[in-house]
Design a protein around this ligand. Structure first.
Ligand SMILES: [Zn+2]
Ligand SMILES: [Zn+2]
Length: 392
């Protein structure tokens, strides 16, 4: 029976492919016409961090996980700048993300929308390309639906995404350019190309990496049963979300990288907001709880390796026993043949009789010695398996 593939989500697919193609065409054309200076680089970096951190700090840690509380202007700025990344409304994003945490690595229904077990590309962006049926209902964000701003952002998300993704960086670059003496046409084009098109593609793939690379690359110190992984390298490209094994184990914590040196700009921004009195109730998992999780994971890992090692040892012992049993069996047959020959020779008469009987007895003595030795080896192997079984 052939299974029909789900239909392609054309608007999203055209956007993903179109924006990438536009970035690849627009950037070289711009550089050929205007060159590339510190101004272009700074517009790109400021827009990348402003919008990327709005997803990390706002969409992810403030809204989806409620890992801290903030004054409404912080929520509003995050909601507006987050829209500039074309990742839909906060309500849609948070709903999918909550399903991802609750049903991580799971297929069936309800499912993990970006399940890494369906492949790297699927987790990265494949899940956006094909419509999946049945759709996950948006029934897990009732707390966020209390906010009038989030309902408004959800209602007007398409014009907001277009305006914030392209209009806002053009205005920003025009104002900035006016201050530093960059001509308006060049400033506007910088905003559109590096603040808009190139930046949105970069931020989108950085966010996609959280669903793909963060479930693919790195260590699992807190919970080896989940595919999420910790990687300082990936954290560098994902605004600090690379400590993903920690995050999946303790999703309520406002931090992803818990050590001071862990690259986590999301954590630093939230901490700074708190210092400025703009955020409060920063949720942190107790140090002891984190250490206990590490300890339990180490124990689970050790038990797993031990059970594999024990299986190997038992397997080897059973193999040795089987080969010993085979040779014991052959010796047994040989001994029975010698005994029947002995009895036959005993019936005979003649000069050869005594010499032949003596030969058979000698052969039987050798055989018995060897048989005892091998029998003891078989018993030793048997005892070692029994001992290992008793130890488990
Ligand atoms: Zn994840
Ligand atoms: Zn999360």
């Amino acid at each position: 029976m052939t299974q029909n593939k789900p239909p392609i989500n054309w608007p999203t697919t055209l956007w993903l492919v179109g924006s990438l193609a536009a970035a690849l065409i627009a950037a070289p054309l711009y550089i050929r016409s205007f060159g590339f200076s510190l101004f272009e680089l700074l517009v790109f970096l400021v827009m990348t961090y402003a919008t990327g951190l709005s997803i990390t700090v706002g969409y992810h840690r403030l809204f989806a996980h409620r890992s801290f509380d903030a004054v409404s202007p912080v929520a509003t700025i995050a909601g507006l700048l987050g829209a500039a990344t074309f990742q839909n409304s906060v309500l849609d994003w948070a709903s999918e993300h909550r399903y991802h945490h609750k049903y991580v690595d799971r297929d069936g229904f309800p499912y993990d929308p970006y399940n890494i077990n369906k492949g790297f590309f699927y987790a990265h962006m494949g899940w956006l390309i094909r419509k999946r049926e049945p759709k996950l209902p948006r029934n897990n964000v009732a707390d966020l639906e209390q906010s009038r701003f989030l309902l408004w952002q959800d209602r007007w998300i398409l014009p907001l995404m277009i305006g914030m993704c392209f209009g806002f960086p053009v205005l920003l670059a025009l104002g900035w350019g006016w201050l530093v003496g960059v001509e308006p046409l060049r400033a506007a084009m910088t905003g559109l190309v590096f603040g808009g098109i190139v930046r949105v593609v970069a931020v989108q793939h950085a966010t996609f990496f959280i669903n793909s690379l963060c479930h693919y690359l790195g260590r699992r110190p807190y919970d080896g049963r989940c595919t999420a992984r910790d990687s300082g390298l990936v954290a560098f490209f994902t605004f600090g979300e690379g400590y993903h094994n920690f995050h999946h184990t303790f999703q309520a914590d406002y931090r992803n990288g818990i050590r001071a040196w862990h690259f986590d700009p999301g954590k630093w921004v939230i901490w700074l907001l708190a210092r400025l009195g703009l955020a409060w109730n920063l949720r942190r998992v107790a140090e002891e709880t984190i250490r206990m999780a590490r300890l339990r994971e180490k124990r689970r890992d050790l038990e797993h390796s031990l059970s594999i090692r024990l299986d190997e040892m038992r397997h080897k012992a059973v193999e040795v026993m089987a080969s010993l049993e085979k040779s014991l069996d052959e010796m047994h047959h040989r001994s029975r043949a010698l005994w029947s020959e002995y009895r036959r020779v005993q019936q005979q008469r003649g000069a050869e009789r005594r010499r032949r009987l003596r030969e058979i007895r000698r052969e039987l003595r050798c055989l018995r010695r060897e048989f005892r030795q091998q029998f003891r080896a078989w018993e030793a192997a048997w005892r070692s398996v029994r001992f290992q079984l008793a130890a488990v």
